[in-house]
Design a protein around this ligand. Structure first.
Ligand code: ZN
Ligand code: ZN
Length: 132
């Protein structure tokens, strides 16, 4: 049975569909993720071969580092994707999914870089930088 999930940006110009069970969410507290999202990043990963995007011409890919690009809707500004060079999957932000998402929390990364305006109030594993 196919496990289909759909989502998109705030204005609807970008829509996506994924196949398969979605991976647990990673919460990233690095400064890039905080700046892009306004708080911290929450995302799952999907193999590119299990994902279809409609309206990809509305996506701007910002090269945020030598290793990765961040995709957002050029019309409404919604942060949608993170894509590392040379990897065959794309990270999709949790908030972009339509409900029911069936997404579950996983763990926190880059906690050493966390903002000073919030606390982490859960018992999920925490890593100072990338996962050990
Ligand atoms: Zn949009
Ligand atoms: Zn990050």
């Amino acid at each position: 049975m196919q496990d289909i999930h759909e989502g998109g940006c705030l204005c609807g110009a970008v829509r996506f569909k994924t196949r398969g069970k979605l991976r647990e969410l990673i919460f990233c507290h690095c400064s890039q993720c905080r700046k892009q999202t306004g708080l911290y990043y929450a995302a799952t990963n999907v193999l590119d071969s299990d994902m279809e995007i409609e309206g990809s011409d509305a996506i701007t890919w910002y090269r945020s580092s030598g290793e990765a690009r961040r995709g957002f809707c050029r019309h409404c500004g919604s942060a949608l994707f993170w894509k590392a060079e040379g990897l065959d999957y794309t990270s999709i932000l949790a908030g972009a999914f339509d409900k029911p998402t069936e997404l579950e929390p996983g763990y926190h990364i880059f906690c050493a870089d966390q903002g000073d305006y919030y606390e982490i109030h859960d018992d999920l594993p925490r890593f100072a930088a990338a996962r050990d």
